[in-house]
Ligand binder design. Sequence first.
Ligand SMILES: [Zn+2]
Length: 213
Amino acid sequence: MQKFVIMGPPGCGKGTQAKKLCKRFDLTHLSVGDIFRWNIQSHTKLAAKVKRIIDAGHLVGDDIVDEVIRRRLDEHDWNFGFVLDGFPRNLSQANFLLESYNVDKVVVLETPDDVVMERALARRVCGDCGVDFNLIYHRPADPNVCDVCGGKLLARTDDTEVALRKRLADYHGQTEAAVTKFDQKGLTIHIDGTKPIEAVFAEVCGELKLAVM
Ligand SMILES: [Zn+2]
């Protein structure tokens, strides 16, 4: 069983890499963002609280997030292991994770702020079918229209420049302390996240000693 965590600033490509790892190696992708989005679409009580926090460009409190992670991991649907994406976001959450689960490796995708800004502001999602595009890396034929269904493309609500700068400040002010903690435990693998997706993936697999087939 493999228990991995993938970390890095918003827009470093950790969601993409987590999905590729899970598909290739039969691991379960535990995306904190997806779990919260499911709650929002399902109009849960938790969602209303969380939505107010995220829309203001802030991060959600540790007590809420730890509980969500614990509940999700308690489902035990991760026979071959998991890739945790979007958690931990600070030292307290990192300590919770280290005390509760034996993490095998933590992959950190290093991406400078200017690259993060450029990538993230180019992200679009189809309002109808939910397919993701990027005006730099995965261009639709028309920047406003979904290639798949013809729906209208929207910027994500958390991708405005002001909100993004706040999230980057939170990353440097809070999440890097969690990375340092994992460094001290000898768990981290630092990878250059600015390279093309396939190059980053090959490096991640190599470092995790997973054969690239
Ligand atoms: Zn669409």
